[in-house]
Each structure stands twice: as C-alpha cells, then as structure tokens.
Design a protein around this ligand. Sequence first.
Ligand code: ADP
Length: 310
Amino acid sequence: DTTIISVGELLVEFVSHRKGCALRELAEFTGPYASGAPAICIDQAARMGARTKIFGGLGADNFGNVLTDRLQASGVDTSAVLRLEDKTTGVAFVSYFDDGTRTFIFHLNDTAADAIAETPFVLPEGALLLHVSGASLGNANLRVAIESIASQVLARGGKISCDPNARAELMRDQAGRDMLFRMMEHSSYLFPSTSDLEFLFPGKSEEQSIDQMRSYGADILALKRGSQGALIISGEDRFEFCGHKVQEVDPTGAGDAFCGTFLAMITQGHSPESAGRYANAAGALAVTRRGPMEGNSDSESIEQLLKLKS
Ligand code: ADP
C-alpha cells in the first residue's frame, strides 16, 4: 500500500459571506474552516480511501484543533503534525467578488508552519508518494522541509507529484520559482491548471505549454480547466472530461480535491482514465460548498454525480 504524504502550510480560513463583501467588513465572514493546499489535498485522498500522512506545524490553539480534528475524522495520519505552544496557527481571510476574483489577507508570517524546517520527518514504511503544492514554495522554511523530504522519498524509490499552484503573490521570489521547476522535473504526476500554464509559460499556447511540461518527464499530466473540466495525458493517450454543471459557491480547493482524488485512485491501481473521471467530478463537487475543504467528497457521492451525467 502506498502512503501519500503532503507537507506544508496548514491554516484556518475565513470566507466572506456574500459576494462583493469588502475585506474590512469582518462581521460578514464565516469560519474558521480547515485549509491549506496540502491539507485539502490529503483530506480528499483520505476520503477516497488512500493511506495518507501530513507534515506541518500548528499552534497549540483551537484553530490548530480545527485542522487536526477534521483531518483525523477523514482518516489522515496527523501524528507528525507539530503543535507549538509559542506559535500561532496560520490564518487567511478570503473575499470573493462578483466577477469571480478573490482577495486574500494572509497571516502566515512566523507561524508554527515554519518550524518544520528544523524538525526531521520520519518517512513511513512502504511505498511513498509525496505531493507538493507550489503554493508552499513561496515560504523559505517550507522549501527546506519539502526539499529534504523530496530527496529522501526519491532515494527510497518513491514518487513525487506536483500541483504548480503558481499564484503570483506566492511566487514572487526566484528561489520559489526555481524550486517549483526542480519539483516538476522530478514529478511522476503533474497537475497544472490553465492559469498555471499562463503564469509559467507566458505568451505560449496551451499545446506549447503542455509540450514544455511534458518534456520534464512525468508519466501523467492532468490539466485542470476549471468549469471546463480536465484533460488527462498519459503516454500517447488523451482523455478529455467536460465540466459537470454545478452551482459554484466557493472555488477554493477544487484543484486540491482534484489532485487528492486522482492520486488516491492511481495509488489504488485504477487507470488514468478512471482516476481523471473521478477527479473531474470531485473538483466539481468541491466548488458547491462554502469553505476550502467542505466540498471534499467520498467515492459514493462522486459516483452519484457520475450517474446523474450518464
Ligand atoms: P485550481 O483550483 O487548481 O485552479 P481548477 O479551478 O481548474 O483548479 O479546478 C480543478 C478541477 O475541478 C477542474 O479541472 C474541474 O474538474 C473541477 N472544477 C472546478 N471548477 C468547476 C466548476 N465551476 N464546475 C465544474 N467543475 C469544476
């Protein structure tokens, strides 16, 4: 049995209550919701029945409990998560506007998350797959931890997967970008979104960007196309999935739910086509609930949506 590992920021998120709510109208926010790209992805993989483990840092506070309670309920092994008395849990405030754009206030500086740079992580026994989110690579401490775990995983014959998640505000510094490219070059599975391709390869067409990404040598590339669905490329095979018609309430976490589902299915021996079909449905379900991982799903609810469509 393969263990899927994710490493990085764990945080709570407060979401603006109605579209167009200004960030200063704090009374309109709901939360705290468990969040952080590595957490959302691993939560979904666990809900799909995969063996999972997460490494990150939390304050010894109630916001930290929001994360551990939720992840444990989904079946994630949180035994390596640090709980630090003298540090806080990361917090994000997210506000959505009617045109689909988002604004964020992050309180992530000097949080417990940073402590994982100095703490060794003992790899679980058995086959390993490390999932890396580019969103973590804007933070120098997380880079140190992820780089070290990635090389241990590769040395053990394990695999890496990477979601570039290349948002400009998180990828300002060159070290983060350089490491993202290094991770992509070592990945067996790549999960770019259309906006990642535009950010990473400005001015290139989608096909050119895909070719560029495929030259890094991954076995499977999954392109996430938001409401348009997804494209899976595995060797010479291409599988296209249209987006499910759902009501989008909160787009945060769709990409992470997609990755978690895909990786869980692949490590459980399913085909790339089947993994893509389930991941595309999981991404659609993810956007129907407010809160970053509140729309995570199990195979039963995914199969219900797939049945509706056929
Ligand atoms: P990211 O969150 O990484 O930017 P996307 O927004 O592309 O990724 O979402 C990931 C996947 O979730 C998509 O490939 C698609 O399968 C599904 N998805 C996302 N938004 C919608 C939507 N509005 N309707 C249907 N499916 C969606």
